[in-house]
Design a protein around this ligand. Structure first.
Ligand code: HEC
Length: 176
């Protein structure tokens, strides 16, 4: 009985300390605050497991045709991904260095990730990080599958390819 009472008392003390710490503003939400290694590890595990469990959509047939890969490069550029992640021959915007966690260099990441998982992340974003959900930001599923096709090829896309694929389209010919 005494042991149970002691455990109960400890739980109450713990709850009070936690309430004061978090509600009293002692926890820092600064983007520059480094979390302990164990928290970082746990967040990574939770993120990966969540993406693996939620990613169900299968790529439509022919989603990675060369024309789609090129269209995906344009979508990647136009939806602003390049500002945070960079692209072949294009450096990310300076502000992205202030994001915590850091936006990864996607060419290092994509070999490990399936098309379904890429689609899910791009469509839904990653909560409480800088990664936006592009479904809510106006990208159609077709746009997102094109981006996935481009990303899966990213490690072999040259700077010249990326430049050519994202070059401004010629203006429509003037009507006679
Ligand atoms: C405002 C900055 C920002 C923009 C814009 C942005 N991202 Fe991200 N992205 C991030 C951050 C930050 C992460 C890392 C999240 C994390 O560590 O959990 C991320 C993660 C990702 C990942 C997951 C990588 C992994 O480790 O599995 C993919 C894929 C991705 N972004 C693709 C894109 C694409 C495609 C676009 C454009 C449609 C885009 N991002 C636009 C900031 C951004």
């Amino acid at each position: 009985m005494k042991i149970l009472a002691a455990i109960g008392a400890l739980a109450v003390v713990f709850a009070v300390v936690a309430a004061v710490f978090f509600c009293g503003g002692f926890y820092s939400v600064a983007g520059t605050a480094e979390e302990p290694a164990i928290v970082k590890w746990a967040l990574n595990q939770v993120r990966t497991a969540s993406i693996v469990r939620h990613a169900h959509d299968q790529p439509p047939p022919g989603f990675d045709d060369p024309a789609k890969v090129q269209a995906g490069a344009r979508e990647f550029d136009e939806h602003g991904c390049v500002n945070c992640h960079g692209a072949p021959g294009v450096k990310w915007a300076k502000f992205s260095e202030g994001l915590h966690p850091d936006p990864p260099d996607l060419k290092d990441v994509v070999p490990e990730v399936t098309p379904s998982q890429l689609f899910w992340v791009i469509k839904n974003g990653i909560n409480m990080t800088g990664m936006p959900g592009f479904g809510a930001a106006g990208a159609t599923d077709e746009d997102i599958w094109a981006i996935v096709a481009f990303l899966k090829k990213l490690p072999s896309v040259s700077e010249a390819d990326y430049k050519a694929w994202t070059a401004p389209l010629p203006a429509p010919a003037a009507k006679p």
